[in-house]
Design a binder for this molecule. Sequence first.
Ligand code: FAD
Length: 429
Amino acid sequence: MRTAGQREELEQTAGYEPSRRTGVVETPASLTEARSVPDLFEYIILGAGCAGLSLCCHLLEQGVTDPILILDQKERFEDDRTWCFWDVEPTPFSHLAIKRWNSWSIHAQNRHVVQTSERYPYLCLTAQDFYCHALETIAAHPNVTLRLGEAAAGYKELPEETVVATERRAYKARFVFDGRGLPPGSPLFEEARRDSAWVPQRFVGLRIRTARPVFDPEVCKLMDFSVGQGRGLRFVYVLPFGAREALVENVYLSETNLPLAEHRMEIFAYLESVYGLRPDEYVIDGEERGYIPMTDYEFPRQHGERAYSIGMLGGGSRPSTGYTFVRIQRYCRVLAAALVHGEEPPNRTESRRFGVLDAIFLRFMLRHPERCPEVYARMFAGVPPESLVRFLTEKSTPADELRLIQALPKTPFLEISARMLLGDRHATR
Ligand SMILES: Cc1cc2nc3c(=O)[nH]c(=O)nc-3n(C[C@H](O)[C@H](O)[C@H](O)COP(=O)(O)OP(=O)(O)OC[C@H]3O[C@@H](n4cnc5c(N)ncnc54)[C@H](O)[C@@H]3O)c2cc1C
C-alpha cells in the first residue's frame, strides 16, 4: 500500500492523467437546513438511494407540490457505484452519462465476440453525478424535506394515514414508499433466498488509472470468462473510460463469498495477465462492491392501501441479469404518474413473459454453471446486437426471442421448461 506522498510523486513522474471523478457529493445547503415539518406529509420516501431519489424526481416532474419527506440513515452521499445500462428509452438521468460505448465484447471458450450497435449505446453514469443532479433538482422544490442520519425503523398504515417511526420521532403521511434497499441478511432477503431460484451476483470493482495506455476505450468488456473458474462461475467486467482509466470488476455468479482481499488479488492478477500491468503501473482511485440477488422471488410491491416498495426491495432487479437502474426508472415513472392521476399503480411494468424466460434461465445457471460461458458466447455470437439488447432490457419482440432461442442449446432448456410445466418449481437439480 502506497502512502499519499508516494502516490502523488508517482502520479507526477509517471504522467497519469487526472480522473474525472472527484468523489465529492455535496448535499445542497437548502435541503439540509431545517425546513418546516408539516403534521401530515403527502409522501414519505424511506431511503435516498437510487429508487428513493428517482421517485422524488419523477413526482416533481409530474408537478407535485404537496409536502414530501425523504429519510435516509446515511450521513452523506458518496460516489459509491457506477451505473451502466443500454440506452433503450429516455430516463431523467441518461444525459449525465460520462461514457457511451457502441461496442461491447464477450470472451468465453476461446471465443472473442464483439457486438456493435449505433442505435443502443451502453451508457455509464457515476453515483456522484446521479446524486448531485437528483439533489439539485430536489433542492429547487421547497416542498421537499431531506433528513439524513435518520434511520426509519418501520411504518404502520392506519385508516386515515400512515405512520413512520424513526429513532427520533414519528412522521405521518398519506403514502409511504419503502426504498431501503435489499441488504444481505435483511428479513426479506433471507426469505427470498430460501423460497426461490437464487443466483448471487457478488462483485468488487477497482477504479484505476494507468501510466500507459492499455485499454481500448471504444469497446467495453461485458464478460471475460477466460479467468479461473475453480471457485465458482466468474467473469471480469471492464469499463474503459479512456485508454488509461477503467473500472475493473471481479464478478462471481455463485455462492462463493470471497473476502475483499481475495477479490483484489484476482483483479491484480487479471491486470497483469491481460494488460501486462504490474502493481506499480497503476493507481487505485476507488473501490465499489455489491451483492445483487438474481432471483425469481415475487417481491411484494404494494402493502396495504398506501404503502409501496420501490427499488431492489420491490423486486427492481432483472432476475436473469441483475440490471436494475432502468427498471427502477420505469417503475418510478408509472408509479408517480398513477399517484398524481389518482389511479391504481400497476404491480409490474414488464411483461410476465420475461418472468417465465428469466425463471428458466436462472434454473439453467443453477444446474449447469459450467455451461454458462458457452451459452453467453452463443447468445452474443448468434443473436443480432439490437435483438439481444431489446431482450436484455425487456423490450424484445417475439421475433427477437425466437432468434435467442435458436442460438441456445435446446436440450437443457427444454428439459428445465418441461419440469417447470409439470409443476417442479425448483427444477434446479
Ligand atoms: C456497486 C454497485 C454497482 C451497480 N451497478 C449497476 C449497474 O451498472 N446497472 C444496474 O442496472 N444496476 C446496478 N446496480 C444495482 C442497483 O441499480 C443499485 O444497487 C441501486 O442503487 C439499487 O437502488 P435502491 O434504491 O433499491 O437501493 P440503494 O440505492 O442502495 O438505496 C437504499 C437507501 O436506503 C437507505 N437505507 C437503508 N436502510 C435504511 C433505514 N432503515 N432508514 C433509512 N434509510 C435507509 C440506504 O442508506 C440507501 O441510501 C449496482 C449496485 C451496486 C451496489
